[in-house]
Ligand binder design. Structure first.
Ligand code: SAM
Length: 374
C-alpha cells in the first residue's frame, strides 16, 4: 500500500534533528561504531526487535503453558527427551521450544543439556490467574489476526461475546457464569493487594463493592479491615456464585448480597464507600455516567467512591495499559481503557469532588481514583 498524500490535511512539520538522525541509515551505521552512542543504538535496536517479535514470544509462552512444560519442571530439571515425550512433541521441536523458553528467561539451560525452571518461570506459575489469562489469549489473538481490519472496525471480534455479562444480562448458563467469575476472581488477589496499598479504608464504616463478582475483593478487604461492614452488588447470576467463596473466606455473615443491574436498578443505600473494581473499563461512557450517577445517589454526604482498574497513561502513554488493555477493551467493543484523568472527568460530571488519581505500583494490575460526595 502506498502512502496517500495529506489531502485536505495540514502537512506535518519537518522532523527535528534527533528524528532525522534516528531515521538515517547512515547515522545508524555510524552510531553503531561510536562508543557511548553504540550502547544507545544497541538498546534501541533490541527494543525495536522486541516489538517486532512480541507475538512470537507470546505464542512460545502459550505453548510452554499449554504443554505444561513449566508445570513439569516444578519438580526439577528434565532432559529434552522426557519433556518431549510428556508433551507428545518431536524431540527436535521440543528442543527449539525449550531453547526459546530459556532465551525468554523462563527456563535455565543446564550444561548437561537438561532444562530447569528459572525464577521468572517459577514466578509466572505463582502469580494468581496468570496461567488462566495466558490460556484465554487465543481468543484475543484471533481477533487481532488482521490488525488493519480490526482498527478500521471491520471485524466481528470474538471477545465481544466472551464476557457475556458485559451486555448486562449475565450468562444464561450458570457454568459459563461461574467460569468467567473464576477467571476474574483468580486475578483479583493482586488487584486487591495493590488497591489496599493505595487506599486507606481505616475510617470507613460500610463498603459496598458494585460489580463485585463472586466476592474476591471483599474477602481481601474483610481480612484487612475486620470491623468493616460489607456488601456485594452484581447481576443475579453472578451473585449466586458468591456464597461459596464468602463461606470459604469465613465471611458469609459479614457480607450483604444484593442482586440487580446497575444499568436499571438503584444501588442499595447505607454504605459510606462504594468500590468499582475493574468495572468501568467494560462499559461505554454513557453506561459509566449512569452508573456513577447511581453511586452518587446511593452515598451519603462525605461518602467516597473508589474506582480501580488498569488505566491508560493518558498524556504519558503506558507500555502495558495503552497496548494490551486498550486493544483488549477495543476488541470487547463495549468499553474503553480510560486514563485517570478521564475517569476523574466522569466522576466530576457525576457531581463528585475531592477527586484524586492514585497511579498504581503496577499499572498493568491497577491504578485507582477516589472521590467524595460533597
Ligand atoms: C471485569 S468483572 C470484575 C469483577 C470484580 N470486581 C473483580 O475485579 O474481580 C466486572 C463485573 O461487573 C459485573 N457487571 C457487569 N454488568 C453489570 C450490571 N449491569 N450490573 C451489575 N454488575 C454488572 C459483572 O458481572 C462482573 O462481576
Amino acid at each position: 500500500m502506498t502512502d496517500q498524500p495529506f489531502a485536505g490535511v495540514v502537512p506535518p512539520a519537518r522532523p527535528g534533528l534527533i528524528l532525522r538522525l534516528a531515521g538515517s541509515r547512515r547515522f545508524q551505521a555510524f552510531a553503531a561504531r561510536v562508543p557511548g552512542l553504540r550502547r544507545i543504538a544497541r538498546a534501541e535496536g533490541a527494543a525495536l526487535f522486541d516489538l517486532v517479535a512480541g507475538f512470537v514470544q507470546s505464542q512460545a509462552l502459550l505453548a510452554l503453558v499449554e504443554l505444561r512444560v513449566l508445570h513439569r519442571l516444578q519438580e526439577g530439571a528434565l532432559p529434552v527427551a522426557a519433556l518431549a515425550a510428556f508433551a507428545q512433541v518431536p524431540p527436535e521441536r521440543m528442543q527449539i521450544l525449550l531453547q526459546a523458553g530459556a532465551a525468554m528467561g523462563l527456563l535455565n539451560r543446564r550444561r548437561d543439556g537438561r532444562f530447569a525452571l528459572a525464577p521468572r518461570g517459577a514466578a509466572l506459575l505463582a502469580v494468581p490467574g496468570l496461567v488462566a489469562m495466558i490460556r484465554h489469549h487465543p481468543v484475543l489473538y484471533r481477533d487481532l489476526a488482521d490488525p488493519v481490519a480490526f482498527f478500521r472496525g471491520q471485524t466481528d471480534p470474538e471477545l465481544a461475546r466472551f464476557w457475556p455479562y458485559v451486555f448486562g444480562a449475565g450468562a444464561t448458563d450458570p457454568a459459563v457464569t461461574a467460569e468467567y467469575s473464576a477467571l476474574m476472581a483468580d486475578s483479583q488477589s493482586l488487584v486487591a493487594e495493590d488497591v489496599l496499598r493505595l487506599v486507606d479504608l481505616s475510617d470507613a464504616r460500610h463498603l459496598l463493592d458494585v460489580g463485585g463478582g463472586s466476592g474476591a475483593f471483599l474477602a481481601a478487604v474483610a481480612a484487612a479491615y475486620p470491623a468493616l461492614a460489607l456488601g456485594l452488588f452484581d447481576l443475579p447470576d453472578v451473585v449466586k456464585t458468591a456464597p461459596q467463596r464468602l463461606a470459604a473466606a469465613g465471611i458469609s455473615g459479614r457480607v450483604a448480597l444484593h442482586s440487580g443491574s446497575f444499568r436499571t436498578d438503584a444501588l442499595p443505600q447505607g454504605a459510606d464507600v462504594i468500590s468499582l473494581i475493574r468495572v468501568l473499563y467494560d462499559h461505554a461512557d454513557a453506561t459509566v455516567a449512569g452508573l456513577l450517577a447511581r453511586v452518587h445517589a446511593a452515598l451519603p454526604q462525605g461518602g467516597r467512591v473508589l474506582v480501580a482498574e488498569p488505566m491508560s497513561g493518558g498524556a504519558r502513554p503506558d507500555r502495558a495499559t495503552d497496548t494490551y488493555f486498550a486493544l483488549y477493551t477495543l476488541a470487547m467493543q463495549t468499553g474503553r481503557t480510560r486514563s485517570g484523568a478521564e475517569i476523574a472527568g466522569l466522576l466530576a460530571a457525576a457531581g463528585f469532588t475531592g477527586i484524586r488519581v492514585l497511579p498504581g505500583y503496577r499499572p498493568f494490575v491497577t491504578s485507582a481514583v477516589v472521590a467524595t460526595r460533597a
